[in-house]
Design a protein around this ligand. Structure first.
Ligand code: SF4
Length: 241
């Protein structure tokens, strides 16, 4: 007996154009050595950084990352711990339905829009990908609620493609460390990808997020206990404050 997919009009969005490329940032030998040392210290301190979002499969990762926009990982984990007990596949999510899903995620910001997107992307996965998550950027970014940042997190976390997704933490840390002066997340991402040594690219996203979340925090960065303080051009700004 075949499986019936709960019906509803599936919203599609056009595939995003890739961000325009620009020449790799030129670095002096001194800058190169500084950047290498920053990442070497992160690697020594946290050799295997992981996302703090809990997931068991590509699907639960995509949903968790989509839910995490403008929300903390803690709040998403709290919701998905319960949600994934009843809906951890696209089919089960469709059976739960938008109203049922909303009940599980209503503690998360923008939950109404996120519920619509998760249901719509689940339907597309069932109808076009046999319930699997397509692990390529173009297909991922065409899913409702999945932008460049979400796709980057997913592809990087699953080891498909090194990517440095730029959220508010990564943006702030990159600027304070003068790793980028770009004014947009896409620009910062390009700068970071251009200067991050290849062996560190898959882990750089996690290190920068964790550093921004726990040490280089927005209001009063903990420069006195920062493991890269001697390599940071912004340290004096805050230590004297
Ligand atoms: S020294 Fe301060 S400003 Fe620089 S990276 Fe460390 S915590 Fe952030």
């Amino acid at each position: 007996m075949g499986t019936t997919i709960p019906k509803a009009p599936a919203a599609r969005k056009p595939a995003r154009k890739p961000a325009p490329k620009r020449p790799a940032k030129r670095m002096t030998p001194r800058d190169r050595a500084r950047v290498d040392e920053i990442f070497a210290r992160f690697a020594t301190a946290t050799p295997e950084p992981r996302t703090e979002l809990r997931f068991e499969s590509p699907y639960t990762l995509v949903v968790a990352v989509a839910l995490s926009a403008q929300a903390t990982d803690v709040s998403v984990n709290k919701a998905t711990d319960r949600l994934y007990q009843v809906a951890d596949t696209p089919l089960k999510m469709l059976e739960l339905g938008e109203a049922g899903l909303t009940d599980y995620i209503k503690s998360i910001g923008l939950y109404r829009t996120k519920a619509k997107n998760v249901i719509a992307l689940s339907r597309i996965l069932m109808e076009q990908y046999h319930g699997d998550v397509p692990l390529n950027r173009e297909a991922l970014e065409s899913l409702p609620g999945v932008g460049r940042k979400t796709a980057s997190v997913v592809l990087n976390e699953l080891g498909v493609e090194p990517a440095i997704a730029v959220d508010t933490h990564v943006f702030r840390v990159a600027h304070r460390l003068k790793l980028s002066t770009a004014t947009t997340p896409d620009g910062v991402e390009r700068d970071l990808m251009a200067i991050t040594p290849e062996p560190y690219r898959t882990r750089a996203h996690h290190w920068l997020i964790l550093h921004g979340r726990y040490t280089c925090i927005a209001r009063r960065p903990k420069c006195e206990s920062c493991l890269i303080a001697d390599l940071c051009p912004s340290r004096e700004l805050f230590l004297g404050a």
